[in-house]
Design a protein around this ligand. Structure first.
Ligand SMILES: C[S@@+](CC[C@H](N)C(=O)[O-])C[C@H]1O[C@@H](n2cnc3c(N)ncnc32)[C@H](O)[C@@H]1O
Length: 459
Protein backbone atom coordinates (compact mmCIF):
# COMPACT_ATOMS: atom_id res chain seq x y z
CA UNK A 1 0.00 0.00 0.00
CA UNK A 2 2.82 2.36 0.88
CA UNK A 3 4.23 1.81 -2.53
CA UNK A 4 1.12 2.55 -4.46
CA UNK A 5 0.50 5.69 -2.45
CA UNK A 6 4.02 6.87 -2.99
CA UNK A 7 3.97 6.58 -6.76
CA UNK A 8 6.94 4.34 -7.26
CA UNK A 9 9.54 4.48 -9.97
CA UNK A 10 11.52 1.29 -10.34
CA UNK A 11 15.19 1.70 -11.18
CA UNK A 12 17.24 -0.97 -12.83
CA UNK A 13 20.96 -0.30 -13.11
CA UNK A 14 21.49 0.44 -16.75
CA UNK A 15 24.31 1.88 -18.73
CA UNK A 16 22.12 4.77 -19.58
CA UNK A 17 18.78 5.90 -18.23
CA UNK A 18 15.97 5.75 -20.71
CA UNK A 19 12.25 5.35 -20.86
CA UNK A 20 12.59 1.64 -20.26
CA UNK A 21 10.19 1.41 -17.38
CA UNK A 22 7.31 3.44 -18.65
CA UNK A 23 7.07 1.01 -21.55
CA UNK A 24 6.79 -1.85 -19.14
CA UNK A 25 3.87 -0.43 -17.22
CA UNK A 26 2.93 -2.48 -14.17
CA UNK A 27 5.10 -5.30 -13.00
CA UNK A 28 5.88 -6.85 -9.69
CA UNK A 29 8.79 -8.25 -7.76
CA UNK A 30 8.77 -9.76 -4.32
CA UNK A 31 5.03 -9.36 -4.20
CA UNK A 32 5.22 -5.55 -4.56
CA UNK A 33 3.21 -3.74 -7.18
CA UNK A 34 5.16 -1.07 -8.97
CA UNK A 35 3.46 1.89 -10.42
CA UNK A 36 5.16 3.41 -13.42
CA UNK A 37 3.84 6.83 -14.22
CA UNK A 38 3.63 7.38 -17.97
CA UNK A 39 6.36 9.97 -18.26
CA UNK A 40 7.74 11.09 -21.61
CA UNK A 41 10.93 9.49 -22.95
CA UNK A 42 14.07 10.31 -20.96
CA UNK A 43 12.08 11.50 -17.98
CA UNK A 44 14.41 9.60 -15.72
CA UNK A 45 17.40 11.21 -17.35
CA UNK A 46 15.91 14.64 -16.87
CA UNK A 47 15.03 13.86 -13.30
CA UNK A 48 18.13 12.03 -12.25
CA UNK A 49 20.82 13.45 -14.48
CA UNK A 50 23.38 10.99 -15.76
CA UNK A 51 22.44 8.50 -13.10
CA UNK A 52 23.78 5.44 -14.88
CA UNK A 53 26.68 6.76 -16.83
CA UNK A 54 29.94 5.22 -15.89
CA UNK A 55 28.51 1.93 -14.73
CA UNK A 56 30.34 -1.08 -16.07
CA UNK A 57 29.16 -3.80 -18.34
CA UNK A 58 30.39 -7.26 -19.18
CA UNK A 59 31.28 -6.18 -22.68
CA UNK A 60 33.23 -3.06 -21.74
CA UNK A 61 34.33 -2.73 -18.18
CA UNK A 62 35.43 0.63 -16.96
CA UNK A 63 39.13 1.08 -17.27
CA UNK A 64 39.45 -1.54 -19.99
CA UNK A 65 41.10 -0.61 -23.24
CA UNK A 66 39.16 -0.86 -26.44
CA UNK A 67 39.87 -3.94 -28.54
CA UNK A 68 39.33 -2.14 -31.78
CA UNK A 69 40.26 1.44 -32.59
CA UNK A 70 38.10 3.53 -34.85
CA UNK A 71 39.85 4.03 -38.19
CA UNK A 72 40.23 7.80 -37.79
CA UNK A 73 42.48 7.43 -34.79
CA UNK A 74 46.14 7.74 -35.71
CA UNK A 75 49.06 6.27 -33.86
CA UNK A 76 50.90 9.14 -32.18
CA UNK A 77 47.96 11.06 -30.75
CA UNK A 78 45.63 8.11 -30.24
CA UNK A 79 45.98 8.10 -26.47
CA UNK A 80 45.02 11.79 -26.30
CA UNK A 81 42.11 11.26 -28.66
CA UNK A 82 40.94 8.26 -26.71
CA UNK A 83 41.25 10.14 -23.47
CA UNK A 84 39.23 13.02 -24.85
CA UNK A 85 36.59 10.61 -26.14
CA UNK A 86 36.56 8.92 -22.72
CA UNK A 87 35.86 12.24 -21.03
CA UNK A 88 33.34 13.71 -23.46
CA UNK A 89 31.64 10.50 -24.65
CA UNK A 90 32.53 7.88 -22.04
CA UNK A 91 30.31 5.20 -23.61
CA UNK A 92 31.77 5.54 -27.12
CA UNK A 93 33.22 2.02 -27.12
CA UNK A 94 29.77 0.49 -26.84
CA UNK A 95 27.20 0.30 -29.61
CA UNK A 96 24.14 2.40 -28.80
CA UNK A 97 22.16 -0.79 -28.24
CA UNK A 98 24.71 -1.92 -25.68
CA UNK A 99 24.55 1.47 -23.98
CA UNK A 100 20.85 1.04 -23.38
CA UNK A 101 21.00 -2.50 -22.04
CA UNK A 102 20.47 -2.98 -18.31
CA UNK A 103 23.19 -4.96 -16.49
CA UNK A 104 21.30 -8.05 -15.48
CA UNK A 105 23.73 -10.98 -15.78
CA UNK A 106 26.84 -11.88 -13.81
CA UNK A 107 26.39 -8.75 -11.71
CA UNK A 108 27.40 -10.15 -8.35
CA UNK A 109 30.71 -8.90 -6.95
CA UNK A 110 30.54 -11.38 -4.07
CA UNK A 111 29.44 -15.02 -3.98
CA UNK A 112 29.45 -17.44 -1.08
CA UNK A 113 29.78 -21.10 -2.07
CA UNK A 114 28.96 -24.00 0.22
CA UNK A 115 30.60 -27.40 0.39
CA UNK A 116 28.31 -30.40 0.62
CA UNK A 117 27.16 -33.65 -0.96
CA UNK A 118 26.45 -33.22 -4.67
CA UNK A 119 23.69 -34.93 -6.68
CA UNK A 120 26.17 -37.84 -7.22
CA UNK A 121 26.76 -38.11 -3.46
CA UNK A 122 30.29 -36.66 -3.52
CA UNK A 123 30.65 -34.67 -0.25
CA UNK A 124 33.34 -32.50 -1.81
CA UNK A 125 31.04 -30.57 -4.11
CA UNK A 126 31.21 -26.77 -4.19
CA UNK A 127 28.10 -24.79 -5.09
CA UNK A 128 24.79 -23.69 -3.63
CA UNK A 129 22.60 -26.11 -1.77
CA UNK A 130 18.99 -27.12 -2.06
CA UNK A 131 16.97 -28.68 0.76
CA UNK A 132 17.22 -28.18 4.52
CA UNK A 133 19.26 -29.58 7.39
CA UNK A 134 16.05 -30.35 9.24
CA UNK A 135 14.73 -32.52 6.43
CA UNK A 136 18.20 -34.05 5.87
CA UNK A 137 17.78 -33.65 2.13
CA UNK A 138 20.61 -31.22 1.32
CA UNK A 139 22.07 -31.45 -2.15
CA UNK A 140 24.89 -29.14 -3.21
CA UNK A 141 24.67 -28.11 -6.86
CA UNK A 142 27.39 -26.40 -8.88
CA UNK A 143 26.22 -22.93 -9.75
CA UNK A 144 27.94 -22.15 -13.09
CA UNK A 145 24.58 -21.82 -14.81
CA UNK A 146 23.14 -19.21 -12.43
CA UNK A 147 22.62 -15.97 -14.30
CA UNK A 148 23.63 -13.64 -11.49
CA UNK A 149 27.03 -15.24 -10.81
CA UNK A 150 29.99 -14.08 -12.90
CA UNK A 151 32.16 -16.68 -14.63
CA UNK A 152 35.13 -15.72 -12.50
CA UNK A 153 33.33 -16.71 -9.29
CA UNK A 154 32.29 -20.05 -10.77
CA UNK A 155 35.85 -20.66 -11.95
CA UNK A 156 37.28 -20.14 -8.45
CA UNK A 157 34.54 -22.39 -7.01
CA UNK A 158 35.37 -25.13 -9.50
CA UNK A 159 39.07 -24.98 -8.64
CA UNK A 160 38.28 -25.03 -4.94
CA UNK A 161 36.38 -28.23 -5.62
CA UNK A 162 39.41 -29.66 -7.48
CA UNK A 163 41.53 -28.71 -4.48
CA UNK A 164 39.14 -30.33 -1.99
CA UNK A 165 38.99 -33.54 -3.98
CA UNK A 166 42.74 -33.93 -3.85
CA UNK A 167 43.00 -32.96 -0.17
CA UNK A 168 43.29 -35.81 2.36
CA UNK A 169 41.12 -33.82 4.78
CA UNK A 170 37.35 -34.17 4.88
CA UNK A 171 34.91 -31.31 4.32
CA UNK A 172 32.93 -30.01 7.29
CA UNK A 173 29.31 -30.65 6.35
CA UNK A 174 27.88 -30.44 9.87
CA UNK A 175 29.92 -29.03 12.73
CA UNK A 176 29.29 -31.95 15.10
CA UNK A 177 30.28 -34.52 12.46
CA UNK A 178 33.86 -33.24 12.17
CA UNK A 179 35.65 -32.42 8.92
CA UNK A 180 37.47 -29.22 8.00
CA UNK A 181 36.92 -27.55 4.63
CA UNK A 182 34.01 -25.18 4.65
CA UNK A 183 32.61 -22.44 2.46
CA UNK A 184 34.38 -20.29 -0.08
CA UNK A 185 33.73 -16.56 -0.54
CA UNK A 186 34.79 -14.91 -3.79
CA UNK A 187 34.88 -11.15 -4.27
CA UNK A 188 35.71 -9.34 -7.49
CA UNK A 189 35.88 -5.71 -8.54
CA UNK A 190 35.13 -4.16 -11.92
CA UNK A 191 38.79 -4.42 -12.93
CA UNK A 192 38.63 -8.18 -12.45
CA UNK A 193 40.70 -8.32 -9.24
CA UNK A 194 39.68 -11.36 -7.24
CA UNK A 195 39.79 -12.02 -3.51
CA UNK A 196 39.02 -15.53 -2.26
CA UNK A 197 38.35 -16.50 1.36
CA UNK A 198 38.45 -20.14 2.42
CA UNK A 199 36.81 -21.03 5.72
CA UNK A 200 38.10 -23.99 7.65
CA UNK A 201 37.01 -25.75 10.82
CA UNK A 202 40.18 -26.45 12.84
CA UNK A 203 38.57 -29.23 14.94
CA UNK A 204 41.50 -30.74 16.93
CA UNK A 205 44.33 -29.82 14.55
CA UNK A 206 47.56 -28.46 16.03
CA UNK A 207 49.07 -25.15 14.90
CA UNK A 208 51.65 -27.07 12.81
CA UNK A 209 48.94 -29.12 11.11
CA UNK A 210 46.97 -25.95 10.41
CA UNK A 211 50.07 -24.35 8.87
CA UNK A 212 50.43 -27.33 6.53
CA UNK A 213 46.85 -26.91 5.30
CA UNK A 214 47.28 -23.18 4.79
CA UNK A 215 50.46 -23.80 2.83
CA UNK A 216 48.75 -26.47 0.70
CA UNK A 217 45.82 -24.29 -0.33
CA UNK A 218 48.15 -21.35 -0.95
CA UNK A 219 50.44 -23.44 -3.18
CA UNK A 220 47.43 -24.77 -5.10
CA UNK A 221 46.28 -21.27 -6.01
CA UNK A 222 49.77 -19.81 -6.62
CA UNK A 223 51.60 -22.62 -8.43
CA UNK A 224 49.13 -25.47 -8.79
CA UNK A 225 46.04 -25.94 -11.00
CA UNK A 226 44.30 -23.03 -9.24
CA UNK A 227 46.92 -20.55 -10.53
CA UNK A 228 44.69 -20.04 -13.59
CA UNK A 229 42.22 -18.21 -11.33
CA UNK A 230 44.77 -15.42 -11.03
CA UNK A 231 43.71 -14.54 -7.50
CA UNK A 232 44.68 -11.09 -6.28
CA UNK A 233 44.51 -12.36 -2.71
CA UNK A 234 43.70 -15.48 -0.74
CA UNK A 235 42.47 -15.40 2.84
CA UNK A 236 42.01 -18.26 5.29
CA UNK A 237 39.61 -18.09 8.22
CA UNK A 238 39.45 -20.68 10.99
CA UNK A 239 35.82 -20.77 11.83
CA UNK A 240 33.87 -22.81 14.32
CA UNK A 241 30.55 -21.03 13.76
CA UNK A 242 28.37 -20.36 10.75
CA UNK A 243 29.83 -16.83 10.44
CA UNK A 244 32.74 -15.28 12.32
CA UNK A 245 33.73 -11.63 12.27
CA UNK A 246 37.39 -10.64 12.00
CA UNK A 247 37.33 -9.95 15.75
CA UNK A 248 36.00 -13.41 16.51
CA UNK A 249 38.44 -15.18 14.20
CA UNK A 250 40.85 -13.12 12.09
CA UNK A 251 40.96 -13.33 8.31
CA UNK A 252 44.51 -14.56 7.69
CA UNK A 253 46.07 -13.31 4.47
CA UNK A 254 47.85 -16.22 2.76
CA UNK A 255 49.05 -14.15 -0.18
CA UNK A 256 48.37 -11.01 -2.22
CA UNK A 257 46.76 -7.64 -1.59
CA UNK A 258 44.91 -7.32 1.71
CA UNK A 259 42.07 -5.28 0.19
CA UNK A 260 40.03 -5.02 -2.92
CA UNK A 261 39.23 -1.59 -4.34
CA UNK A 262 36.27 -0.34 -6.31
CA UNK A 263 35.68 2.85 -8.26
CA UNK A 264 32.30 4.20 -7.33
CA UNK A 265 30.75 7.64 -7.88
CA UNK A 266 34.18 9.11 -8.50
CA UNK A 267 35.63 7.62 -5.31
CA UNK A 268 38.23 4.93 -4.88
CA UNK A 269 36.69 2.72 -2.21
CA UNK A 270 38.60 0.18 -0.10
CA UNK A 271 36.88 -3.07 0.86
CA UNK A 272 38.21 -5.46 3.54
CA UNK A 273 37.21 -9.11 3.73
CA UNK A 274 34.90 -8.51 6.69
CA UNK A 275 33.22 -5.39 5.29
CA UNK A 276 29.77 -5.24 3.75
CA UNK A 277 29.62 -3.93 0.21
CA UNK A 278 26.52 -3.91 -2.02
CA UNK A 279 26.81 -7.01 -4.20
CA UNK A 280 25.95 -5.22 -7.45
CA UNK A 281 28.36 -2.36 -8.03
CA UNK A 282 26.55 -0.74 -10.97
CA UNK A 283 23.30 -1.08 -9.05
CA UNK A 284 24.91 0.41 -5.93
CA UNK A 285 25.83 3.54 -7.90
CA UNK A 286 22.19 3.90 -8.92
CA UNK A 287 21.03 3.24 -5.37
CA UNK A 288 23.39 5.83 -3.88
CA UNK A 289 22.43 8.46 -6.45
CA UNK A 290 18.79 7.84 -5.61
CA UNK A 291 19.53 8.22 -1.89
CA UNK A 292 21.47 11.42 -2.57
CA UNK A 293 18.62 12.96 -4.54
CA UNK A 294 15.98 12.01 -1.98
CA UNK A 295 18.02 13.13 1.02
CA UNK A 296 18.07 16.78 -0.07
CA UNK A 297 21.33 17.38 1.83
CA UNK A 298 22.91 20.82 1.55
CA UNK A 299 25.80 22.74 3.03
CA UNK A 300 23.77 23.53 6.17
CA UNK A 301 22.91 19.92 7.03
CA UNK A 302 24.73 17.14 8.82
CA UNK A 303 24.41 13.75 7.18
CA UNK A 304 24.08 10.88 9.61
CA UNK A 305 24.86 7.55 7.92
CA UNK A 306 23.64 4.80 10.28
CA UNK A 307 24.88 1.26 9.53
CA UNK A 308 27.27 2.83 7.04
CA UNK A 309 29.38 -0.21 6.07
CA UNK A 310 32.38 1.09 4.10
CA UNK A 311 30.85 4.56 4.32
CA UNK A 312 30.09 5.08 0.64
CA UNK A 313 26.69 6.75 1.08
CA UNK A 314 28.09 9.45 3.34
CA UNK A 315 31.38 9.81 1.48
CA UNK A 316 29.66 10.24 -1.87
CA UNK A 317 27.53 13.06 -0.41
CA UNK A 318 30.23 14.66 1.75
CA UNK A 319 30.88 17.53 -0.63
CA UNK A 320 27.25 18.61 -0.51
CA UNK A 321 26.89 18.61 3.26
CA UNK A 322 28.63 20.29 6.18
CA UNK A 323 29.55 17.08 7.98
CA UNK A 324 29.12 13.32 7.66
CA UNK A 325 28.81 11.11 10.73
CA UNK A 326 28.90 7.38 10.07
CA UNK A 327 28.18 4.54 12.51
CA UNK A 328 29.04 0.93 11.75
CA UNK A 329 29.38 -2.26 13.76
CA UNK A 330 32.17 -3.96 11.78
CA UNK A 331 35.56 -2.47 12.60
CA UNK A 332 37.20 -3.41 9.30
CA UNK A 333 34.43 -1.58 7.44
CA UNK A 334 35.00 1.53 9.57
CA UNK A 335 38.73 1.36 8.85
CA UNK A 336 37.86 1.13 5.15
CA UNK A 337 35.59 4.17 5.41
CA UNK A 338 38.36 6.18 7.10
CA UNK A 339 40.87 5.05 4.48
CA UNK A 340 38.51 5.97 1.63
CA UNK A 341 37.89 9.40 3.15
CA UNK A 342 41.62 10.08 3.53
CA UNK A 343 42.55 8.72 0.09
CA UNK A 344 39.89 10.82 -1.63
CA UNK A 345 40.76 13.94 0.35
CA UNK A 346 37.45 14.08 2.23
CA UNK A 347 37.94 15.81 5.56
CA UNK A 348 34.43 16.48 6.90
CA UNK A 349 33.65 12.86 7.91
CA UNK A 350 33.80 11.01 11.20
CA UNK A 351 33.18 7.30 11.53
CA UNK A 352 32.31 5.51 14.75
CA UNK A 353 32.81 1.77 15.23
CA UNK A 354 30.26 -0.05 17.36
CA UNK A 355 26.58 -0.73 17.80
CA UNK A 356 24.38 2.09 16.54
CA UNK A 357 22.01 1.53 19.49
CA UNK A 358 24.84 2.40 21.90
CA UNK A 359 26.55 5.18 19.91
CA UNK A 360 23.63 7.07 18.39
CA UNK A 361 21.81 8.38 21.50
CA UNK A 362 25.03 9.98 22.85
CA UNK A 363 26.06 11.28 19.45
CA UNK A 364 22.71 13.00 18.87
CA UNK A 365 22.86 14.64 22.32
CA UNK A 366 26.19 16.21 21.39
CA UNK A 367 24.72 17.55 18.13
CA UNK A 368 21.70 19.37 19.54
CA UNK A 369 22.89 22.80 18.44
CA UNK A 370 20.06 23.52 16.04
CA UNK A 371 21.75 22.32 12.85
CA UNK A 372 19.45 20.13 10.76
CA UNK A 373 20.41 16.47 10.46
CA UNK A 374 19.49 14.26 7.54
CA UNK A 375 19.54 10.62 8.66
CA UNK A 376 20.16 7.75 6.26
CA UNK A 377 19.65 4.24 7.61
CA UNK A 378 20.50 1.08 5.74
CA UNK A 379 20.26 -1.65 8.36
CA UNK A 380 20.94 -5.36 8.02
CA UNK A 381 17.95 -7.66 7.48
CA UNK A 382 17.20 -7.71 11.22
CA UNK A 383 16.13 -4.05 10.93
CA UNK A 384 16.92 -1.19 13.31
CA UNK A 385 17.31 -1.71 17.04
CA UNK A 386 14.47 -0.09 18.98
CA UNK A 387 16.89 2.33 20.66
CA UNK A 388 17.97 3.58 17.24
CA UNK A 389 14.36 4.18 16.24
CA UNK A 390 13.75 6.01 19.54
CA UNK A 391 16.86 8.15 19.15
CA UNK A 392 15.87 9.19 15.62
CA UNK A 393 12.27 9.79 16.54
CA UNK A 394 13.16 11.88 19.60
CA UNK A 395 15.80 14.03 17.89
CA UNK A 396 14.13 17.24 16.72
CA UNK A 397 17.00 18.12 14.43
CA UNK A 398 16.16 15.11 12.22
CA UNK A 399 13.39 16.14 9.87
CA UNK A 400 14.41 14.01 6.91
CA UNK A 401 15.00 10.29 7.06
CA UNK A 402 15.99 8.03 4.17
CA UNK A 403 15.41 4.37 5.03
CA UNK A 404 16.84 1.72 2.72
CA UNK A 405 15.77 -1.88 2.97
CA UNK A 406 16.33 -4.99 0.88
CA UNK A 407 13.68 -6.73 3.00
CA UNK A 408 10.87 -4.21 3.20
CA UNK A 409 8.63 -6.32 5.40
CA UNK A 410 8.91 -7.98 8.85
CA UNK A 411 11.29 -5.93 10.99
CA UNK A 412 11.31 -3.05 8.51
CA UNK A 413 7.53 -2.74 8.80
CA UNK A 414 7.85 -2.68 12.58
CA UNK A 415 10.52 0.04 12.37
CA UNK A 416 8.37 2.11 10.02
CA UNK A 417 5.31 1.85 12.24
CA UNK A 418 7.41 3.03 15.20
CA UNK A 419 8.73 5.94 13.19
CA UNK A 420 5.32 7.00 11.91
CA UNK A 421 2.92 6.27 14.80
CA UNK A 422 1.43 9.06 16.98
CA UNK A 423 3.61 10.06 19.96
CA UNK A 424 3.55 7.38 22.66
CA UNK A 425 5.09 8.18 26.06
CA UNK A 426 4.89 4.56 27.25
CA UNK A 427 7.12 3.56 24.36
CA UNK A 428 9.24 6.70 24.71
CA UNK A 429 8.41 7.70 21.17
CA UNK A 430 8.01 11.40 21.84
CA UNK A 431 8.95 13.38 18.77
CA UNK A 432 6.61 14.21 15.90
CA UNK A 433 5.77 11.23 13.70
CA UNK A 434 7.48 10.87 10.34
CA UNK A 435 5.40 10.79 7.17
CA UNK A 436 6.25 8.64 4.19
CA UNK A 437 6.69 10.85 1.12
CA UNK A 438 8.18 8.61 -1.49
CA UNK A 439 9.37 5.03 -2.03
CA UNK A 440 11.71 4.13 -4.86
CA UNK A 441 12.65 0.53 -5.65
CA UNK A 442 16.10 -0.05 -7.13
CA UNK A 443 16.62 -3.49 -8.57
CA UNK A 444 20.05 -4.59 -7.44
CA UNK A 445 19.19 -8.25 -7.80
CA UNK A 446 17.91 -9.13 -11.29
CA UNK A 447 16.62 -12.72 -11.69
CA UNK A 448 15.72 -12.88 -7.98
CA UNK A 449 12.75 -11.76 -5.89
CA UNK A 450 14.88 -9.31 -3.92
CA UNK A 451 14.87 -5.58 -4.50
CA UNK A 452 16.21 -2.56 -2.62
CA UNK A 453 13.55 -0.10 -1.55
CA UNK A 454 14.40 3.49 -0.65
CA UNK A 455 11.84 5.26 1.55
CA UNK A 456 11.84 9.00 2.07
CA UNK A 457 10.26 10.22 5.32
CA UNK A 458 9.95 13.81 6.48
CA UNK A 459 8.24 15.59 9.37
C1 LIG B 1 22.85 -3.49 4.49
S1 LIG B 1 24.43 -3.07 5.12
C2 LIG B 1 24.55 -1.40 4.58
C3 LIG B 1 25.94 -0.86 4.50
C4 LIG B 1 26.10 0.48 3.80
N1 LIG B 1 25.13 1.45 4.22
C5 LIG B 1 26.12 0.32 2.31
O1 LIG B 1 25.20 0.73 1.62
O2 LIG B 1 27.09 -0.26 1.79
C6 LIG B 1 24.10 -3.01 6.82
C7 LIG B 1 25.31 -2.65 7.67
O3 LIG B 1 24.86 -2.53 9.02
C8 LIG B 1 25.88 -2.98 9.88
N2 LIG B 1 25.26 -3.26 11.18
C9 LIG B 1 24.55 -4.35 11.57
N3 LIG B 1 24.12 -4.22 12.82
C10 LIG B 1 24.57 -3.01 13.27
C11 LIG B 1 24.47 -2.30 14.51
N4 LIG B 1 23.80 -2.82 15.55
N5 LIG B 1 25.05 -1.10 14.60
C12 LIG B 1 25.73 -0.55 13.56
N6 LIG B 1 25.86 -1.18 12.35
C13 LIG B 1 25.30 -2.39 12.21
C14 LIG B 1 26.43 -4.19 9.14
O4 LIG B 1 27.71 -4.52 9.59
C15 LIG B 1 26.40 -3.70 7.69
O5 LIG B 1 27.62 -3.10 7.33
Amino acid sequence: MFLLLAGIKRRVPMHKPRCFLSRMGFFSKSGLLYWCPGKPPYWSQLLWGSACKGTFTKSCKRGQKSQKKPSHIGTIDSSWEERLADVVTPLWRLSYEEQLKPVIDGYRNKSTFSVNRGPDGNPKTVGYYLGTWRDRNIVCVRSNHLKNIPEKHSQVAQYYEVFLRQSPLEPCLQFHEGGHWRELIVRTNSQGHTMAIVTFHPQELSQEELCVQKETVKEFFIKGPGAGCNLTSLYFQESTRTRCSHQQSPFQLLFGEPHIFEELLGLKVRISPDAFFQINTAGAEMLYRTIGKLSGVNSNTILLDICCGTGVIGLSLAKYTSQVLGIELVEQAVEDARWTAAFNGITNCEFYAGQAEKILPQLLKSKENGQLIVAVVNPARAGLHYQVVQAIRNCRAIRTLVFISCKPYGETTRNIIELCCPPNSDKKLLGKPFVLRQAVPVDLFPHTLHCELVFLFTR
